[in-house]
Design a protein around this ligand. Structure first.
Ligand code: B1M
Length: 211
């Protein structure tokens, strides 16, 4: 790992927004690719934070400040991840399901989809079932993208799909699901149209619905 990627990593582990942003800026100035900064710098650091939490070395406050540092780095990187676009390909309503406050992965998916040319309606975190349904209907969304990071909240995803059916709008929208505990098998089981393990694959999958 280069010194700058190591510095990004350490900034997140230390929960230092300033260090993380400084290192991301330096990495961008040094010409490192946005993909490398993201996949070799920011993302592995959060995986390490998760490991430290599991081992009881980090607690919720450490996770929180690490997440704030990562989000700060991601904000700087966003313009590089989003290319120039013309007319939107389609509209995506995205959010993290009810009871779940994790938003970094969801934000990343939104950024990559925006970069792929989609218009994004981001509902944020802890999104109630009815809100997903009403926004899909109101915004005439082509895709509903749901994220869940907890095994206890991913179970809301099938409830949303059922509510879309009950509202008579399931056939008009592609439902994509993802997040650390979500699998292809789970997605198939709940009747989602698609699953992706990461943000760039989510954007690629979304594009296939329009080809
Ligand atoms: Co939480 N947390 N957390 N946490 N947290 C996890 C998820 C956990 C695995 C940590 C652990 O134990 N190792 C664990 C879940 C265990 C489980 O359910 N089996 C956990 C827990 C237990 C909790 C609390 C319950 C802790 C507590 O209070 N005791 C609590 C729950 C709060 C709630 O949501 N109600 C909690 C709280 C928090 C913070 C608020 C402190 C903070 C979140 C801050 C924020 O997001 N703004 C936090 C964090 C930071 C984490 C970890 C460390 C990192 C998550 C992250 O941002 N990863 C996480 C451990 C881990 O994941 N290793 C953990 C980086 C991000 C880029 O990856 O989100 O996976 P990820 O997104 C990926 C893919 O999943 C995919 O694309 C992204 C990469 O390209 N993806 C999609 C995501 N959504 C997608 C949607 C798609 C397609 C792909 O299509 C629509």
């Amino acid at each position: 790992m280069s010194d700058l990627l190591e510095k990004i990593n350490q900034g997140i582990l230390d929960g230092s927004l300033e260090d993380c942003q400084e290192a991301v800026q330096q990495a961008m100035d040094a010409g490192l690719s946005a993909d490398d900064i993201l996949k070799k710098g920011l993302v592995p650091a959060m995986a390490e934070v998760g490991r430290l939490f599991e081992e009881g070395e980090y607690f919720v406050p450490e996770m929180l400040i690490a997440a704030r540092a990562m989000q700060g780095g991601l904000n700087l990187l966003k313009p590089l991840l989003i290319s120039e676009k013309v007319e939107p390909i389609g509209k995506v309503v995205i959010g993290t399901v009810k009871g779940d406050l994790h938003d970094i992965g969801k934000n990343l998916v939104a950024i990559m989809m925006e970069g792929a040319g989609f218009e994004i309606v981001d509902l944020g975190t802890d999104v109630p079932v009815e809100k997903f349904v009403s926004e899909v209907k109101e915004k005439k969304a082509d895709i509903l993208a749901m994220s869940a990071l907890l095994t206890t909240t991913m179970t809301t995803m099938p409830t949303v799909i059922t509510a879309l059916k009950d509202a008579g709008i399931r056939d008009g929208v592609k439902v994509m699901v993802g997040g650390a505990p979500v699998t292809q098998e789970f997605a198939a089981q709940i009747g989602a149209d698609g699953y992706s393990p990461d943000a760039s694959q989510a954007a690629r999958l979304a594009l296939t619905y329009f080809s």
